[in-house]
Ligand binder design. Structure first.
Ligand code: PMP
Length: 498
């Protein structure tokens, strides 16, 4: 079947023209360890030597360049093996939209792959802001950033341990995934027949890595169906996500026009997909509007069809785009529905909101406060794996009791030796505020094992009892999650026999 919808022209000349145009609108920040014979000369000649240590014994150079002035070394493992992580960020009204959340996810992805980022988040932010400001002063105002961190430069073997420190680059450019008209008309989806979305035990979708082969195969398999995007199923045949966007299904029960609680806005559980930043915003909008929301592990392709349905995709670059067809069958009545339109209008509103991003002109000392302010709102969810547990202990050890609600569900239970089960968030909070005998201390974690339903961790707690005595004991915790928070936590302590 001929490709019905030609989003990107395959015509060679126009692709060439498009790429040349893209190049003329692009600036790139590059930061790389110095390796004689491999580091591009322009970086040495025109870049600056970083003063702070690279952490792995390399000299490091960085600078902002036009795309054809520099290059990524042929031995970079991001290129050779996809051993890299990235974020895509929209710039709107001279602000990096949701920068805090993107930075958090970038460091979390890098952490999962044990790629060290040799800048703290505030310094990396400064470098990116300088680059984007320079770009707009040169008359090429960027509207989209692609921030990439690769493992670094290595030999032709896969071993991460034999690589240099990481290579970082930030492309300040533009992106348009869909023409504006498609937001009014809606896109066509195809179901990918063979390739499945990788599960957390194969390649965790929460690691936003530069290995998109899984998604690219899905796209290749589906493109001949004349679609704008391909839907990927999980190993068990449930809907996971589209190749670069999250999926939502809206169900409107009879009477929904009068009673919004009859509208259900469902999206696959985060074990099946990237826990998208836009996905989380849209779930929040839906709750605020009074719709039922559901993170669902059992959405079937057939659940997308029917007169009472609306379907849409969400992502940073795509925003919120309605879908009107699946494998040639109409979704709803074949035009974007009112629920999708309403949710999209809230996203458009937020894109204009100065509170939602970091100003390009933020001063150096404002940046740490901006990044910090989000540590509550931007708390990781269980699907972000070990980060969730680490952040929870940071909050506990920092006695930041107000932030516990980011981790503990309202109806949770906490079981620990010496207490009747603590039932309900308020009870747990009371325990922490009033009853806990620890004056100060730190949880030192040896191991964290997690999936999207639950997990465990163990390590040592070292601190002071309120009576002044020293505590040094082994502990273990198990967790069960529900709706992105802890539903059940059990703690075990291993005290030396007396
Ligand atoms: N899923 C995948 C596979 C993605 O690559 C992306 C990012 N384009 C998303 C979902 C959407 O995530 P976000 O809203 O954070 O951009």
């Amino acid at each position: 079947m001929a490709t019905e919808v030609n989003v990107y022209s395959l015509d060679e000349t126009s692709t060439l023209k498009q790429l040349e145009n893209l190049a003329s609108e692009t600036t790139v920040f590059l930061s790389m360890p110095y390796i004689r014979g491999l580091t591009p000369r322009a970086l040495l000649e025109r870049g600056q030597k970083e003063i702070s240590a690279d952490g792995q014994g390399f000299d490091r150079y960085s600078g902002a360049f036009r795309p054809d002035e520099i290059g990524i070394p042929i031995f970079d493992h991001g290129l050779l093996y996809g051993d890299a992580v990235f974020e895509g960020i929209v710039i709107c009204h001279e602000r990096l939209f949701k920068w805090r959340e993107h930075i958090h996810r970038l460091y979390a992805s890098a952490d999962r792959l044990r790629i060290h980022i040799p800048y703290d988040p505030a310094t990396l932010t400064e470098r990116v802001l300088e680059t984007v400001r320079g770009t707009s002063e040169a008359g090429r105002a960027a509207t989209y950033l692609r921030l990439v961190v690769t493992r670094g430069i290595g030999d032709l073997g896969i071993q991460p341990a034999k690589c240099s420190s990481s290579v970082i680059y930030c492309i300040a450019s533009k992106i348009q995934l869909y023409p504006e008209s498609l937001y009014d008309r809606g896109i066509k989806l195809a179901l990918c027949r063979t390739t499945r979305r990788s599960s957390p035990d194969i390649l965790d979708p929460q690691i936003k890595s530069c290995n998109y082969l899984n998604n690219i195969l899905a796209w290749i398999e589906s493109a001949d169906q004349g679609c704008h995007e391909a839907l990927m199923l999980t190993q068990n045949g449930y809907v996971g996500e589209a190749t670069t966007d999250n999926l939502f299904v809206v169900t409107k029960a009879p009477g929904w026009e009068e009673d919004v609680s009859r509208v259900t806005v469902a999206t696959p559980v985060s074990g099946y997909c990237l826990n998208g930043i836009t996905r989380n915003m849209v779930l929040e909008y839906a709750r605020t509007l009074g719709y039922q929301t559901e993170e669902c592990a059992t959405i079937l392709p057939s659940d997308l069809l029917g007169a009472d349905k609306e379907v849409f995709l969400t992502g940073t670059a795509a925003g919120l785009i309605p879908a009107i067809m699946l494998n040639g069958q109409l979704i709803g009545d074949g035009i974007p529905g009112p629920v999708a339109r309403k949710l999209r209008s809230l996203l458009t509103r937020d894109l204009q909101d100065p509170e939602m991003g970091l100003s390009l002109y933020a001063r150096e000392k404002e940046i740490p406060a901006y990044l910090q302010a989000g540590s509550r709102a931007g708390a990781p969810s269980p699907s972000q794996g070990s980060d969730f547990v680490r952040e929870m202990f940071k909050v506990i050890d920092g006695r930041d009791w107000a932030s516990l609600e980011n981790f503990f569900g309202k109806s949770m239970t906490y079981e620990r030796p010496g207490y009747a089960p603590l039932v309900g968030y308020d009870r747990v909070l009371h325990f922490y505020r009033e009853e806990r005998v620890i004056a100060s201390g730190q949880h030192l974690l040896d191991e964290i094992v997690m999936n999207s339903d639950g997990g465990a961790c163990w390590g040592r707690f070292v601190g002071e009892h309120k009576n002044g005595s020293h505590i040094d004991e082994k502990f273990a915790d198990t967790y069960k999650f529900e709706d992105g928070k802890i539903k059940l936590r059990r703690s075990y302590f291993f005290r030396p026999a007396v």
